[in-house]
Design a protein around this ligand. Structure first.
Ligand SMILES: Cc1cc2nc3c(=O)[nH]c(=O)nc-3n(C[C@H](O)[C@H](O)[C@H](O)COP(=O)(O)OP(=O)(O)OC[C@H]3O[C@@H](n4cnc5c(N)ncnc54)[C@H](O)[C@@H]3O)c2cc1C
Length: 379
């Protein structure tokens, strides 16, 4: 349920594992959320390779090969490489990624039904039936809830677990005519005095930028009724006191300027009930500070498909999936939430194994490689 990054990605990976899969997407076409952009980190690019979809995505957006950090005076604090030669980071529009994944699914013959909005789930002895708002239904062995932050499947599986505000408003936009410079393939992070800001220049010279600002959550009227000019006017005073490129980039932005509340799903939210399972943002949306939402959704897809492929039955597969995924995605929720709230960040990339055990990065790389068996991690 849901044809976003998690849903379309899961369909590709499950199909690759030989399962009979169909996608049901509420939106009438694949272009939802075309305005925002995101970064696929090396782990997300590796997951795409696991589902054999690198070629479908590799030509979108542009590669990011380094990150520099500026302070509020514009002084460079650090400039470090990003990713490795095998899986470079990629900056791309969310809508383009969605369209490419759905297009690849269609190319492989996976049915995608647009305009199918799930409203109810019914469990029977031989399957689970999805009920859609147009009165139609669909029945299968497993229902994968990939319906995003405000998931209907989560409301049915885990009633009473609403998404939680993570302390920051997030602005993002595109500026075409902007005089700032940056080395090619570099994302510049600015530790501003009143906002965290980041931008990268596309090969065409367009600045893709975001700003994260602490404060109370915007209400529904602000989110729906605000104008780009109003958003610019609220942001510019926070940026213009610093000697960084941030204010100039925002001032050069026209109507391509959006705002959202940083939102997360509380850790320990149940993901499973009977034949239903949550993946992606529906299960573990994190504030955008670590920039890992899409990459984690793609990791979910590969690990779910391999779990169902490698385990002897569905119950064992879903136990395996949750055991592998929960510590990693919940660590991301915690770290990203701490960054957004400005509180202390837990150290380390995730739960560590015993001395001499493979690094968490090596363990993840093995999990995402299609030819390794999840039940025989050392084979
Ligand atoms: C401002 C911002 C910046 C971000 N930056 C980054 C970044 O730099 N890097 C990164 O990796 N991630 C980033 N993310 C997060 C990333 O976009 C998401 O984590 C990712 O898209 C998760 O995908 P998903 O498929 O789980 O959810 P979604 O992309 O939200 O997809 C859910 C899909 O389900 C459909 N749906 C909803 N309800 C129903 C229903 N009832 N029935 C059927 N279909 C339904 C929706 O139409 C949608 O297509 C950012 C997010 C935001 C808001």
């Amino acid at each position: 349920m849901g044809g976003g990054i998690a849903g379309a990605g899961a369909a590709l990976a499950l199909h690759r594992a030989g399962l009979d899969v169909a996608v049901f997407e509420a939106h009438p076409d694949s272009a939802e959320d075309a305005g925002a952009f995101l970064t696929l980190a090396s782990n997300g690019m590796r997951a795409l390779a696991g589902m054999d979809a690198s070629a479908a995505v590799g030509a979108l957006g542009f590669a990011l090969t380094s990150m520099r950090v500026l302070d509020d005076t514009g002084a460079e604090l650090a400039h470090t490489p990003l990713g490795g030669p095998e899986f470079a980071y990629r900056c791309l529009r969310r809508g383009d990624l969605n369209r490419a994944l759905q297009g690849e699914a269609a190319r492989r013959g996976i049915p995608i039904r647009h305009g199918a909005r799930l409203e109810g789930i019914e469990e029977g002895p031989r399957g689970v039936t999805a009920h859609f708002t147009d009165g139609t239904t669909a029945t299968g062995d497993l229902l994968v809830g990939a319906d995003g932050l405000n998931s209907t499947v989560r409301r049915l599986i885990s009633p009473g677990v609403p998404p939680r505000y993570a302390g920051q408003r997030v602005f993002y936009g595109y500026a075409r005519e902007v005089a700032v410079s940056a080395p090619p393939g570099t994302v510049t992070m600015v530790r501003g005095s009143a906002a965290a800001f980041g931008y990268a220049l596309s090969p065409e010279g367009e600045a893709y930028w975001f700003a994260r600002v602490a404060g109370p959550a915007l209400d529904a009227a602000d989110l729906a009724g605000g104008t780009p000019a109003g958003r610019r006017a609220s942001l510019l005073p926070l940026l213009s006191k610093d000697a960084t490129p941030a204010a100039e980039v925002v001032a050069a932005t026209g109507d391509d300027l959006l705002v959202t509340n940083a939102t997360e799903i509380p850790t320990a939210t149940p993901w499973r009930s009977g034949r239903g399972l949550l993946v992606g943002d529906a299960a573990h949306a994190a504030s955008p500070a670590t920039g890992q939402g899409a990459s984690m959704a793609l990791e979910d897809a590969v690990v779910l498909a391999k779990s169902l492929r490698d385990a002897p039955d569905t119950a064992t597969a879903l136990d395996l999936y949750e055991a592998l995924r929960r510590p990693r995605v919940e660590h991301n929720i915690t770290v990203s939430g701490a960054l957004s709230r400005g509180t202390r960040t837990p150290s380390g990339p995730g739960p560590r194994g015993a001395a001499g055990a493979p690094s968490p990065e090596d363990v993840l790389a093995r999990q995402l490689r299609w030819d390794t068996d999840l039940l025989r991690p050392e084979a």
